[in-house]
Ligand binder design. Structure first.
Ligand code: ADP
Length: 364
């Protein structure tokens, strides 16, 4: 057992993996300061905004490391911002740390609602997030967020995304969707090369700025957009949304195998419409059953990220374009999605820790 001093505290935590990169926080300059006073250790830890959604858990884990090394220590962990800009990703040069595709085997399972809610929730927890609606056959993101307008093209010939400016106190969230470019009642017939071109434009010719997460709402079922994405840039992975019915789960399995075919890792499954919480009596009803996705995820060795009940407030807010407002103001609607978003970030962190990227070699 070591004595409590700043060296022993540093030694206990320096190999702890940075949740974003998986590299040791000690070597990444993220242990900003360690102060020891009596039996209290105060650690100032730098985390990037990418890790903000799980900052509290990281602080707890750091505390446990110190207590394990020097039992009886009172540990205070103060999190400060550790700025680290994203590297350019893929041929398109997107400045985003993690690109996450949200897909489903079929339509109507709440994929767009979940994609938008995950994006909003990550942003609310302090990350910089963009939302790309790649569901070109039925773009519903503008409607869910109450956004309209035509994206302008700036002097650098980049498309300016439509910004979600709400009163959440968070920076505006860039959003791009085919829904901004075609009239709502206009049908678009997509030929392969045109689809490929539009997705690449959304990725590469849009002024996304620097982001921690780009959440992509995928079209249901088909693999063409997934293939285009996988060729354009390395994705952090995909989230598959399904409802608990067996038939919907079979569709989810198809979505999983589609992502696997194009080498997009599966980050996990979300079970949507999992039970109905009666808003009047608070009683829970399992309309479609419950828990099927969790069991299936285990069977397929895929993380289970969480379940969202049927929530009337979420549905009415989505229909009225107030999804951001309801998630900001209604804890009951927000909690399940926040749980799933945190699981997602935790999954990314454990993947990074298991396989940290090699530090780039210094150029001679
Ligand atoms: P998809 O993208 O899979 O086609 P949507 O996100 O457009 O599905 O959702 C379909 C409908 O279901 C919408 O009316 C949406 O408001 C509703 N919905 C989605 N998730 C929930 C939920 N958890 N509770 C209540 N309604 C939901």
């Amino acid at each position: 057992m070591s004595a409590l001093n700043s060296d022993s505290v540093r030694a206990a935590i320096e190999s702890f993996p940075d949740p974003e990169t998986g590299r040791p926080i000690g070597s990444m300059g993220q242990i900003k300061e360690v102060q020891v006073d009596g039996n209290t250790a105060t650690i100032t830890l730098g985390l990037t905004s990418h890790s903000n959604p799980i900052a509290d858990e990281i602080a707890d884990a750091i505390e446990s490391k110190v207590v394990a090394a020097v039992p009886g220590t009172q540990v205070k962990v103060e999190i400060v911002d550790h700025p680290r800009p994203p590297a350019r990703l893929g041929q398109v040069g997107l400045r985003v740390k993690s690109v996450i595709a949200v897909g489903s085997g079929k339509g109507g399972v709440g994929k767009s609602t979940v994609a938008a809610s995950i994006a909003l929730s990550l942003r609310q927890m302090g990350s910089r997030v963009g939302l790309m609606d790649a569901d070109v056959y039925g773009p519903s993101i503008p409607h869910l967020l109450g956004l309209s307008g035509r994206p302008a093209v700036n002097a650098q010939k980049k498309i300016e995304p439509i910004m979600l400016n709400d009163d959440s106190g968070q920076p505006p969230m860039p959003v791009i969707s085919m829904g901004f470019l075609v009239e709502p009642d206009q049908a678009v017939i997509w030929r392969g090369p045109m689809l490929h071109g539009s997705i690449n434009q959304f990725l590469g010719d849009t002024n996304w700025g620097e982001l921690d997460y780009l959440v992509i709402d995928m079209p249901p079922g088909t693999g063409d957009v997934a293939l285009t994405l996988s060729q354009a840039l390395p994705l952090a992975g995909s989230v598959v949304v399904c409802t608990p019915q067996e038939v919907a789960l079979l569709d989810a399995i198809k979505a999983i195998s589609m992502f696997r075919k194009v080498n997009i890792p599966i980050l996990g499954m979300v079970e949507n419409m999992s039970g109905f919480m009666c808003p009047d009596c608070g009683k829970s009803y399992d309309i479609f059953g419950r828990g099927g996705a969790r069991a299936k995820a285990e069977e397929l060795s895929v993380p289970f990220l969480g379940s969202l009940p049927i929530d009337i407030d979420l549905r009415t807010a989505g229909d009225e374009g107030r999804l951001a407002t309801v998630l900001a103001e209604n804890t009951r609607s927000r909690t399940p999605i926040e749980t799933a978003a945190k699981s997602l970030v935790r999954t990314l962190a454990s993947k990074a820790a298991a396989n940290p990227p090699k530090p780039s070699l210094p150029t001679l």
